[in-house]
Ligand binder design. Sequence first.
Ligand code: NAI
Length: 341
Amino acid sequence: MTTYTIALLEGDGIGPEVSAASVQVLRALKGRFDLTFDIRKTPAGDRCRAERGEALPDSSVSAIKDSDACLKAPVGDTAADVIVRLRQLLNLYANIRPSRALQHVPSLKPGIDFVIVRENTECLYKGMEFEFEGGVIALRTITRSASTRIAEYAFQLAEQRLKTREVLAVHKSNVLRKSDGLFAECCREVSAKHPGIAFSEMLVDSAAMNLIRIPERFDVIVTTNMYGDILSDEAAQTVGGLGLAPSANIGETFAIFEPVHGAAPDIAGRGLANPVAIILTTCMMLEWLSKTRDDRNCAEAAEAVRTAVNGVLESGIKTVDLGGNASTAEVGDAVAKRVSR
Ligand code: NAI
C-alpha cells in the first residue's frame, strides 16, 4: 500500500463543498488500487485571513512544501495572496489548463481537445502596481528565461499528445512590441529545436475569437500569464463550462492542482456547485504523481476516476449548470461509488 501526503486547501465559497467530493473520491481508491492518501487540511484564503489575520500563514506554506502534492479548492478575494503567491514562491511556472469535450456533455463543436500552457510566474501578475497622483502604473515583466522555459514545456507536451502536434503561441506583439515581442521570439527559438512540431502564432484578440469559432482545431496553446488566465475561462465554456475545467500548476519538483473556477459566492453553500472540475483536477494530480513517482497505480486510478465521471454524467446525475438537478454531494457520492466498484 502506497500512501501520499496531500495538502488540501479547502478554500472559500464553494471550495469546501467541492473539495469534500474530491476527498471522497480519493478515499474510494483505497479498496481498488492499494493507494491511500494522508489528507492534511491546510488553512489559506479569506476565512483563514479573517480567523488568523493572514491569508497564507508560513505554517501552511511549510505544510504544502512537506506534502507530496497540493490539492487546492478556490479561495475568494485573497486569490492573489494565496495562489498567485504560491505560484511564485514555489516556482510553479507552468499552468496547464486542458479543454477536452466529455462524452456526455454537449460541447460547442465535436472533437475539442486542446491545452492552454500558461506562463505562471510573471507578466502583470507580479503585483507591481504603483500609485501616482492621478493614476496607477502596473509593471509587466517578461523574461527570456521564463518565456523559453514555458515554450519548452509546451513543445514537450505537444510531442507527448496524440493530436496534431502543433504549438500555437498567443501574444500581442504588434502592440506590446518589446514584451510580447520577446515572448514570441523565445517561442520561435524553441520551435527551431522541435522540427517535428508545427509552430504558428496568433494575436490574442484573434485567438479569443477563434476559440469559439474553431475550437476543434487547437492543440497546444502557449501564452503569457494574463492572456492564459482570460482565454482559459473562455476555453472552459467550449466544453461545458467552468464546472468541468481542471488545471495544474507545475514546477520542477512540486505541483499544486486546482480547478480553473473561483469561489463562486453566488452559489456557495447551496449544493449547486459542480464538483467535476475538482474531481478531474484530482485526476491530473494522480497522473502527475504517477509520472514523478513512477507509480503506475496512480495512472490507473486516474483512468478509473475519469471513467467513473463519464459513467455518472451518462447516467444523468448532473448538477444544475449541466441541466441536471443533482447536488454537489450527490455527484461526488456517485463518482466515489463507481470508483470503488
Ligand atoms: P467564479 O469562477 O467563482 O464564478 C464565475 C461563474 O461561474 C459564477 O456564475 C459561478 O457560479 C460559476 N461557477 C464557478 N464554478 C462553478 C462550479 N464548480 N459549478 C457551477 N458553477 C460554477 O469567478 P468570479 O465570480 O469571477 O470570482 C469569485 C471569487 O473567486 C473572487 O473572489 C475571485 O477572487 C475568486 N477566484 C479565485 C480563484 C482561485 O482561487 N484560483 C480563481 C478565480 C477566482
